[in-house]
Ligand binder design. Structure first.
Ligand code: ADE
Length: 225
């Protein structure tokens, strides 16, 4: 999979995309991530990418032209244009189902907006779908883009060591994940449940299913509706 990220702050991506699972996926050649600076497409000599809002009001608005030119440039870098996604709090809510769907794409183009907002023509004219990672406002789409990259990259075949380890994740079957334990058996008087030490795979599977359900009922009853 190839992922392109369009941003005004390329430096924000340096550490997250060069650590842990994403770094390993890149090193193995399972994913290619390319960052492009929207500011490089500003036409004016000041490299200005924002301006005052028409009609007045506080804050600056991201201009349409650098974003359109940047996306057109990036889309033409390869034969396949890819799926373009604009990160915005007004978009469709991101979740595990969307992550699984996007993970099947050969190419993904993420556009991170900044400032108080962007020119509405970026939303209406760019032909990109809009995604929000939650009901809160971030200072820009960069962190949202990183969230999507992480959730999507770990679903690429071969990225996680054990092929099963994404299958049991929370949300993958609509429920939260069951409790996990590792050594020692007893820690500060807290003990590993006997069933996990029993070696009875049927009982263990049943216990895990029950705990998933119990935890989901308690913490996220909305998932059961
Ligand atoms: N940009 C600012 N807030 C955002 C959010 N919640 N999701 C996606 N992009 C954003």
């Amino acid at each position: 999979m190839r992922i392109d990220i369009l941003t005004l702050f390329p430096e924000m991506f340096e550490s997250p995309l060069n650590s842990s699972i994403i770094k390993r996926a890149k090193d193995k050649g399972l994913v290619e991530i390319v960052i492009t600076n929207i500011r490089d497409f500003a036409e004016n000599s000041y490299k200005k990418v924002d301006d005052k809002p028409y009609g007045g009001g506080a804050g600056m608005v991201m201009m349409a032209q650098p974003v359109f030119d940047c996306l057109e440039y990036v889309e033409n870098l390869t034969k396949e244009k890819g799926r373009a996604v604009l990160l915005t709090p007004q978009g469709e809510k991101f979740g595990q189902r969307k992550a699984a769907e996007i993970s099947k794409e050969k190419r993904l183009v993420l556009i991170a907006g900044r400032y108080e907002g962007f020119d509405e023509r970026i939303r209406t004219g760019l032909g990109a779908e809009q995604i929000s990672i939650g009901d809160y406002v971030l200072s820009g789409g960069e962190l949202a883009a990183m969230v999507i990259v992480d959730a999507v990259v770990r679903l690429q075949p071969g990225v996680l060591g054990d092929e099963d380890s994404a299958k049991d994740d929370s949300f993958s079957d609509g429920l939260l994940e069951y409790p996990q334990y590792t050594r020692p058996e007893s820690f500060r008087n807290m003990n590993v449940p006997d069933v996990l030490l029993s070696g009875n795979h049927g009982e263990i599977a049943k216990w895990r299913q029950e705990k998933s359900l119990e935890r989901t009922k308690k913490n996220r009853p909305d998932l059961l509706d």
